[in-house]
Structure formats: structure tokens, C-alpha cells
Design a protein around this ligand. Sequence first.
Ligand SMILES: *[C@@H]1O[C@H](CO)[C@@H](O)[C@H](O)[C@H]1NC(C)=O
Ligand SMILES: *[C@@H]1O[C@H](CO)[C@@H](O)[C@H](O)[C@H]1NC(C)=O
Ligand SMILES: [Ca+2]
Ligand SMILES: [Ca+2]
Length: 578
Amino acid sequence: MRNLFILPLLFFLVQTTKQSKDLDWWETTIFYQIYPRSFMDSDGDGIGDLNGITSKLEYLKELGVGATWLSPMFKSPMYDFGYDIADFYDVHDEYGTMEDFEKLIAKANELDIKIVLDFVPNHGSNESVWFEEALRGHEKYFDYFVWEDGVVDENGILRPPNNWNSVFRKSAWEYREEVGKYYLHQFVIGQPDLNYRNPDVVEEMKNVLKFWLDKGVAGFRVDAISHLFEVDKAKFDGMYPDEPLSGNKIEDPESYDYLDHIYTKDQDETYDMVYQWRDIFDEYKAKDGLTRVMMTEVYASPDVTMRYFGDGEREGAQMPFNFVLITDVDGSSSAAEIKYAIDKFLTFKPIDKLANWVAGNHDNSRVASRFSPELVDGINMLVLLLPGVAVTYMGEEIGMVDGYISWEDTVDPSGCNTDDPINYWTASRDPERTPFQWNAQKNAGFSSADKTWLPVADGYETLNVEVQQATERSHINVYKALARLRTEPAFRHGRYESVAFNSDVLAFKRWHNGETYVAVINFRDEVYNLDLTYFENVTGQLEVIVSSVQSPKSSGDVVEADGVQIEARESIVLKVVQ
Ligand SMILES: *[C@@H]1O[C@H](CO)[C@@H](O)[C@H](O)[C@H]1NC(C)=O
Ligand SMILES: *[C@@H]1O[C@H](CO)[C@@H](O)[C@H](O)[C@H]1NC(C)=O
Ligand SMILES: [Ca+2]
Ligand SMILES: [Ca+2]
């Protein structure tokens, strides 16, 4: 008899667990990007380092962050601040030692924070042993790079093999007398491209992945992946062909955007390599059960971006970065344009894959500067509450702003290569890389040095972690509340619907098993009265769960669904009262 009663109960349990499928660690966490040079300096040389990061891991924990990806901390001559790697198997001395790295991993394990490293597969460094050996004529290493003969013009002058430009402007080819040939560098001169048509390079770079996976990292963010392969020159009589003009209204023939990069970007072989790397990650998972994640950095159209997920048969990256909140919208965008950008990734992504949201990184102007300081909470609401994985660039939780960096202080090659002391700042990435603002003390608590590698941004005396932690209504406290809210089933498993109520206000709903939330973001200074019963099941009373810094509402306040007053630049999350 007893079994007859238990059976329906079992069915019920099976039903509900089926609805809320178990999620893997990376599907629910927040990834926090640390730019090691600017996070925390432990030894007073003005440069952030690994021990500095280790000393601040508890801070990540307090934020509600479960994983961090570190921009490169590998041995490097720093022509591109660590994205030019001289030894893929070692730690850069300014950042510490391998022992320091192992301590970082140990502390992170203690706190259950996953460490994700930056994998920079496209290029090495002109000051690496590999490149030096190549110049000495060591055949194995010579073939690690992409070499080409120059062409002699009508005046008898030796010119680069073709018209390819580097991402940082000017020819992508650099001549080396030692070997009488040009080498390819899609980025700075100090970043010779690796030759992925050489199986030794493919194997070497797989060994790099395994080396760090064996040290305990939980995955990699993959840098500049679309540049990995160049066209197969065998198909062009053994000569790399010129790229066609882009047709963009660009006067400067040395600029990257002057050309359409049909031979140096998004080649089919690149996706296959990503799938091969994923196979390695899955081998590690098969051994110990822990999923290793891959995030790919691609600024491209959605159809190109989606190829990184896999091809239907083979798996690729779990997180091809979704850059719409960086590339498609800014403070001048209407609510409709923001909705359109958000829906883009959700529309194109395969049905069984997760979206991801990122509004800032070390290559792009900060949220407070690109949108407005008053929209910091609203953008964090999008990043943390839209369906999918959240990624936060360090400092966005407190609303750090772009720092002003003079031409004299500019160090980013992207800024320096403009050769333009007036307009350099439009290309420079230094403003978003200024030291992290911990407190109101010297160098914002980042370093005890007299000079830091980049100056601290103005205004740090009031815009810093310590001040915000001590202030009830602050960006950091909104961020923490959002991070907690994100763990609710409605945000983990719930469905999503959005609407632009007018040109200024975007609202979206998340709901699951009878729990319904609505987030409302006003991007402008107009005040609106909204009827949120537009959304199905949003009726009666709504409770304020989170409200932005400048909102007059407090959590616990109750509003009527059919008439919610939204103040200028206010963002709120409401929950339907049962
Ligand atoms: C490496 O390239 C950088 C430019 O990115 C240059 O300044 C430096 O002199 C080069 N080093 C060598 C050893 O060629
Ligand atoms: C509305 O609520 C009902 C009852 O909880 C639920 O079954 C339905 O899925 C909800 N629909 C929407 C669009 O929220
Ligand atoms: Ca240091
Ligand atoms: Ca390449």
C-alpha cells in the first residue's frame, strides 16, 4: 500500500528536477576580469602583481564572484603589456614567480574561486627564445613563424610582401636582416604571428594549455582568436595575396580598417583549432569531473561569433564573448537600440547554448564613461540578470571611470602608434587600465610607490571600494545585491521577455515556477509613469528588491504594477508579490 502513495510523489520530484536542470559551475557564476598590472601592487614597485591578487581574493568572494580571468601574467618584454609573450611556460618577473602563482591557485581553491588564464595563441614575442633561435637559422623555430620574401619596387627599394596592415596601424610585415625575410605580425612589431600551418606549433600550443591545466586552472580566455590562421598561400602560387580595400571612408592607407581582412581573419581552419583545444579541456574533465571553460575574444558579426560554440558535431567554446553591450550601444542609444542589441545574441545563439554578458574590459572605455556614471547600476543589472553568464571587468562594480592619461604618460602601443599627440586618446587603452581604486589613500591604496605604471584616475578620493562599502547606497552594494539575486531560480532557470516602453526606458521580465521579477532601466533624465501590467502575470503589487544609487525607492517598498513612477536614470528590480 505504501508504495502507492510514494509513487506520485516520485513522479512529482522527477518532473520538477527536469524543469530545473542541474547547472554547471560556470553557468551560474560571475567571471571577474583582473588586469594584473593594475589590480594590487604587493611590493611597492608601482606595478600590480600576483601576490597582490592573492591578497585580494577575499574581496572577490565578498562581491559574490566565483571565478576570475587574469589578463596575461606570462614572461613578456611588455611591448603590448603582456599580450606579447616571451615564455608561455613562465610567470613574468614583475608579477612574481611560479611559486607565487601556485600560492594564488591554492588560496583560490580554499575560497572556491576558479582561476581562468589568458591564452594568447596568435603570436609570441620578438624577444622570445623561439624567435631568437629562428633568427639564428634554427629550422624548427624558424618554422614557428610566418616568413615571406620582400618585393623590390621600380626604384630598387625592398618593400613588404603585400599590403597587409597590422591592427595597430602600418605594415603587418617587419624585415629581419638576419634571415633576409619579412615576418608577419598582425599586432605590434614585437608580436610575431605563430605559424599554425606547422604541426609543431599546433602541438606546442596544446602543450601550453596542458601545462597550465596541470597547475590547476579552470580554463582559458582566448585572445584575438579570429587572427589565428592566414589564408593558405599555396592556393595563391605561394604568395600571400593583397587584401582588397574595405571601402570604408578611411583616408589613412596605413590604418587597419583601410582593408577588408578576407585573408587574415576568420579563416575556416581557426574554428577547427578551437574545437581541438576543447577536446583537450574535455579530456581533463573526463579525468576529474571539472568542466574547463573557454571564452573566445572575437569582435564580429553574430553568425561568425556563433561558429565558436561548435559546428553541431564538435564542441567549441562555452562562451564566445558577446560584445554587443560594448560595440553596439552607448549612452546615446535608445532603449529600443539596447533591446535590439541584447536580442541579437539571444536570437543567433544555438538553442542549447548559454548567452554571456560583458559591458567592459581592458580594451574598451569604461561603462561610467561610455554610458554615464548614473547608469552603472543599470548596466550591471543587465550584465548580472539577463539570461546567461556574467562577466565583470574589475572596477565596474564601483563604477570606475576612464582615467585621463597625457600623451607623455601614454604607454599603450595602440595610442603611441597613432603618432598623434592630440588625438592619441581615442585609440589608447590606457584610460580603462588605470590602477584599481581601493581607498582614498596614496595611489588609491593600489601601491605605495611614488610613481605607478599608469597614473591613478582623478576622483579616486571619493570613488573607491572603501568609501562605497561604508555607504549604504553605493554601486558596490547594488552589485552585491544583484549578485545574490542572480542565484534565485528565476534568474538561473527563468525565461526572459523584454520591451522598450518608450525611447528611454527598457524593462525585462524573468520568471520561473510562479516567481516573477521585472527590471526597469531609465536611460534618460525624463520621469515616466509605467504600466507594467503590459507583462503577463505582472499585476497587483510589486516589491522593490534592488534599486540604483540615485533611486528614491528602497528595497522592501511596494508599488502598484499599473502605475510605477520611474525617476531620471533610475534602475530597479521588482518582484511580483504573491
Ligand atoms: C621587438 O619589437 C619592439 C617593437 O614592438 C622593438 O622596439 C624591439 O626593439 C624589438 N626587439 C628586438 C630584439 O628586435
Ligand atoms: C503566468 O503564470 C502562470 C501561473 O503561475 C504560469 O503557468 C505561466 O507560465 C505564466 N506565464 C508567464 C508568461 O509569465
Ligand atoms: Ca609589484
Ligand atoms: Ca595569425
